[in-house]
Design a protein around this ligand. Structure first.
Ligand code: NAP
Length: 311
């Protein structure tokens, strides 16, 4: 608690800048914990839109934070989360999902009255449950998940238009402060997102189907094919557009996806079981040379897939 009474010491980046059009921004001080693809992209767009004044970055490695200052994503940084959040009006936790609740616990005593904390984690149920009760009265948490990203990671891959025309799901609970929720809605709308409010557990079931299962399958597919050695040593050299399109997301961060699979375990296992059933049905039709049923299956999925890409 001693740090509360000290002047905040930053370890690097000492940029100060005037407010855009001399107008006071929506949030005077934004702290981003985890200045990577998502945290960095959000900082960039909020600065561009004049929504925030000073931007402080918090991370584990100095080199990441120095790069973020060089790229003009943040103004100052520290590796100490407690120091980084002091005086912040808005704190965004954009680290891998397994670290979010622990970080919130660490920063809770150092947040100022009225501060709003949000996150961008890809799993929401556990995070929302773990965070409720962690924050003192007068400090608010709003869970969030932008449905936008790439297979790249790190601040070097961040760009300000990442969230444009993408959905952002906010997961308020009965205890969420209404004003804080509206402010976080404005943040994501400023980033160009279409904001949707949803129950956290429903979010996790939906995302297990449309995002977590595809990642698991992509990783598994690449390994299945790569492990084929009996008739060709380097079989992946023969892969072309179809294989690359299908497996793009297998280039995503293994640690990030490990956390997501383990934290959303039940929903992910449920989707894997459904997928096994579907694959086994198809395997049966191929084994029986049942062309009629194979076409029926492929036709059903072509229609569903065409309907989402033509939207
Ligand atoms: P990323 O590019 O790897 O960035 C994560 C950042 O967090 C890195 O800068 C890392 O920096 C820092 N970090 C990691 N652990 C930390 C800790 N304990 N304390 C402080 N900083 C820490 O990852 P990302 O893709 O932006 O993902 C971040 C979050 O967004 C995850 O929760 C993910 O589920 C969610 N998300 C990702 C996507 C996507 O498509 N990528 C989409 C939506 C939501 P150092 O290693 O230098 O510390």
């Amino acid at each position: 608690m001693i740090a509360l009474f000290c002047r905040v010491q930053y370890q690097g980046g000492h940029k100060t800048r005037p407010y855009r059009n001399n107008m006071e921004p929506y949030f005077k001080k934004l702290t981003i914990i985890g200045v990577g693809l998502i945290g960095g992209s959000l900082a960039m767009v909020l600065r561009k839109k004049g929504m925030v004044g000073e931007i402080v970055g918090v991370g584990r490695s100095i080199s990441t934070l120095e790069l973020a200052v060089k790229l003009d994503v943040i103004d100052k940084f520290t590796t100490d989360p407690a120091a980084g959040v002091m005086d912040a009006d808005l704190v965004v936790i954009a680290t891998p999902v397994a670290s979010i609740a622990g970080l919130l616990k660490k920063i809770a005593p150092y947040l100022k009255e009225g501060a709003i904390v949000t996150d961008v984690g890809s799993v929401k149920g556990t995070i929302v449950k773990e965070t409720e009760g962690l924050l003192p009265t007068g400090i608010h948490f709003v869970g969030g998940h932008p449905i936008a990203g790439t297979e790249e990671s790190g601040v070097g891959a961040a760009f300000s238009t990442l969230f444009e025309k993408h959905k952002c799901i906010l997961t308020p609970s009965a205890k969420t402060d209404k004003d804080a929720l509206e402010k976080i809605r404005k943040v994501w709308e400023a980033a160009g997102s279409d904001v949707i409010l949803m129950d956290a557990d429903k979010h996790d079931s939906i995302l297990a189907a449309v995002s977590h299962l595809p990642h698991v399958i992509a990783y598994s597919l690449v390994n299945t094919v790569d492990d084929v050695k009996d008739f060709e040593e380097s079989i992946l050299n023969y892969s072309a557009g179809g294989f690359r399109d299908f497996t793009r997301i297998a280039s995503s961060s293994p640690e990030m996806w490990r956390d997501i699979c383990l934290i959303n375990k039940e929903a992910v296992l449920d989707m894997i079981t459904r997928f096994e059933k579907s694959l086994s049905k198809l395997k049966g039709y191929i084994k029986e040379s049942n062309g009629h049923e194979i076409v029926k299956e492929f036709d059903k999925s072509k229609k569903a897939r065409d309907s989402i890409v033509k939207k």
